[in-house]
Design a protein around this ligand. Sequence first.
Ligand code: WTA
Length: 650
Amino acid sequence: MSDANIENLLHEDRLFPPSAEFAAHAVGTQALYDEADEDYVGYWMRQATERVSWFKEPTQTLDDSNAPFFKWFADGELNVSYNCLDRHLENGGEKVAYHFVGEPGDTRTVTYQDLADEVNRFANGLKSLGVKKGDQVAIYMGMVPELAIAMLACARIGAPHSVIFGGFSADAIVDRVEDSQAKMLITCDGAWRRGTIVPLKDNCDIAMDRAESLEHCVVVRRTDHGVAMTEGRDVWWHDLVDGQSAVCEPEVMNAEDLLYLLYTSGTTAKPKGIMHTTGGYLTGAATTHALVFDIKPDDVYWCAADIGWVTGHSYIVYGPLANHTTGVMYEGTPDFPDKDRLWSIIDEYGVTIFYTAPTAIRAFMKWGAQYPEAHDLSSLRLLGTVGEPINPEAWMWYHLNIGAEKCPIVDTWWQTETGGIMISPLPGVTATKPGSATKAIPGITAEVVDSDGNPVPLGSGGFLAITKPWPSMLRSIYGDDERYVNTYWSTYPGVYFPGDGAKIDSDGYLWVLGRVDDVMNISGHRISTMEVESALVSHPAVAEAAVVGVTDDLTGQAIAAFVTLRGGFEESGALLIELKAHVSTKIGAIARPKSIIFTPDLPKTRSGKIMRRLLRDISDERILGDVTTLANAVVVEAIAEQARTKADRD
Ligand code: WTA
């Protein structure tokens, strides 16, 4: 992040207080901050007992005896699917859980009763294939109701799931499955995306052959384009649930039992299996969903993320269902068949709360206000954003063109690891500033610290730090406690280090500036430089590769790659295209480099570390700094020259 950006943010002084009317009826109040300030553990305990139904109520609250391996509510017993389904049925089974909208235009209304029946049947189906409590299940699907059903069925029988984003490649499935040792893979034949079919089952076939732990593949029929089914190994979802009973007793789970793994990028090539457990996670997801989104019984709530990311886990599935909310689930892209698709869905279903990412908002801006203007968006009363810092211009555009200047905007900062929203306005309390996620929510303590871990004075920048444990925090990295401690708890002892830079302004508002490690943020999704570099180096023509995230108007950051070829390989336009495609195959289209520059060597420190900062400067066309500490200073000039001629060509 350049100094100029920091300056810009500092000078943002527009303030948007909630209207008196919104404040008067808000779910989240000042009293919650006061209560949590007084006793944050007691505050979370109250949320846990009031928002969650326990088979056995916990008597223990926070257990910090083995920090940073914290436990919450450790003697409590519950089942997450019971909380999301069963307890709502007596008086609310007819309430809509999801208005599903398929990309081709098909729709489905799924009530809580429908969802419960499907989950029970599928849970029995899983059992019939030998899945037991504690077995790992991988899920690789498009955005269809069966994805939520599969997750809830796993939760029901106590089998931790790991959802793999449907845009990832077969290799990414194999990496994750080999780490989790999943014995079952659940997928769809295909997914609809901009009118074409994403061949999910084909990718699964590759993974089924390579990942030895996998025994069965269950396939939802969605695109019906004809896929190969291997006898004895692959099972159609509809055949599996056919004849199954709609009663499957929920497994009694301990609060600290694993609910799911979700893999995320770190600074090495190996993705981290972030571990979320049962009681604390559900408490966090339900509480933050209710307070930050101001959830009322009649709301039609739409989180337009993909369930393959943590946002979908916490704010399409677990939080909203625990709160008995009606939601929208949309399968496709915002520009299919035209760029007004989302606005037409808001209009049709009377959506009241809408949650999306800055990268989407920037695309809406680019497309123009005529698309939202063509629809009645007056049902909206609250907007949210997540995934990366939102530029104040994009915030204002959202406020004016989607929120009609009346909807509060909640800019929510959190991570896969935090399980739920950490820094955000409470919409009935906090006066918002465009571009700032404002302050930590009740029960969370966030500070900006210097390199020694001391809080910086108001008006300065440093590193974001979370100074107290919280219920929905990750418990560890699957199979790698040491990496958990090193990554998150070693920078400042006793303090959680998220890896983001931040500023605190003179009013104590937080401005998150982005990652300080080698993790890029592409369209709000974390991709590690190492993963893309490893993918490039796995191509036979590549000797060495370095990758950096560079500023991009639409996606926030885009990937710029620098590649040194092996002897005997020639630079060519064809090879360039091949390398980009290779990364797509290895990781997924999201990680495809936007630019590749061939270079005879890479700039390195004397200890041999690639100087990504320098490459970033070159890519952002900044003036080069002092390079005399480089082992191979001359190469920098060569690369810069390459980059300049490339820019000329573009
Ligand atoms: C970034 C997504 C600024 C941040 C829920 C964080 C944000 C990473 C915001 C986590 C925000 C997320 N403002 N930056 N409102 N929200 N980030 O794990 O760098 O996919 O560390 O979780 O996204 O990404 P993840």
